[in-house]
Ligand binder design. Structure first.
Ligand code: ATP
Ligand code: MG
Length: 238
């Protein structure tokens, strides 16, 4: 794992949000590497900068300074258009607030990343159904988000991040709306995905029930990654 370059490499990332006079420092020199084949959990208290850091890695937010390489590409120096294309191809992102399109059904929502890559609708929708089924939600395939519970919407958002088989999948609190069994199903699916050669998962969570699925747990506090703990292999035999 250590002989190849990491899938994600962040160094000295800084970010301050400015609203008029008010300045909120969110990241104060965060470092993080993520290797191919691993599921890395990012944990830490509310407001410590987790969403800000993963948004920078996912190309949705620009840092003030520091380096962020994803798949050996410097995501900070790409144009907006290059970044959007790169993201569409290589990154799957599950937002803390799901961000599903309300007018579309579950299957249609999940198909979007494939349609953007030019996959024909029928093939995209059949792939979407397969992923939805693996997350235990086949029965809601043709429902729109407004007719689903929070936990069901969350699984649709996860399916949408997986459907185009991106190399890097980033999930912000993917089990926050799920009960124990649904949370375990989602994490087992995500762990299998991480085991696929050359792919990696970055999962932000407060949920200690899912720590056992991680290969490593990075802890953040006050805008920095303050420790990284490696799990023993017995915890993630599938
Ligand atoms: N858009 C924004 N404008 C201004 N300040 C922001 C914005 N987004 C985040 N912040 C601030 O930046 C800091 C880090 O926020 P961030 O959302 O990254 O934390 P977090 O670790 O994801 O928290 P949580 O666990 O509650 O989701 C916090 O102090 C927050 O108030
Ligand atoms: Mg957050």
């Amino acid at each position: 794992m250590s002989s190849v370059s990491p899938l994600v490499s962040c160094r000295a990332i800084r970010k301050t949000y400015n609203h008029g006079e008010a300045q909120t420092p969110a990241l104060r020199g965060a470092d993080l590497d993520i290797h191919g084949g691993e599921l890395l959990i990012l944990a830490g208290p509310s407001g410590c900068g987790k969403t800000s850091l993963i948004s920078i890695i996912g190309g949705m937010l620009d840092a003030d300074s520091g380096d962020c390489k994803v798949l050996d590409k410097n995501i900070r120096t790409m144009s907006a258009q290059q970044r959007a294309r790169f993201r569409g191809q290589h990154i799957g992102f599950v937002f803390q607030s799901f961000n599903l399109l309300p007018a579309l059904t579950a299957v249609e929502n999940i198909s979007v990343p494939l349609l953007l890559q030019g996959v024909p609708r029928k093939a995209a929708e059949s792939q979407a159904r397969i992923v939805l089924e693996s997350l235990g939600l086949a029965s809601r395939a043709d429902h729109s988000p407004g007719r689903m519970s929070g936990g069901q919407q969350q699984r649709v958002a996860i399916a949408r991040a997986l459907v185009h088989e991106p190399r890097l999948i980033i999930c912000d609190e993917p089990t926050s709306s799920l009960d124990h069994d649904a949370g375990q199903t989602v994490m087992e699916t995500l762990r299998k995905v991480a085991r696929t050669a050359g792919r990696a998962l970055l999962v932000v969570t407060h949920d200690p029930r899912i720590f056992c699925f991680a290969d490593r747990i990075a802890r953040m506090d006050d805008g920095r990654v303050i420790s990284i703990e490696t799990h023993s292999p017995k915890n993630f035999l599938s």
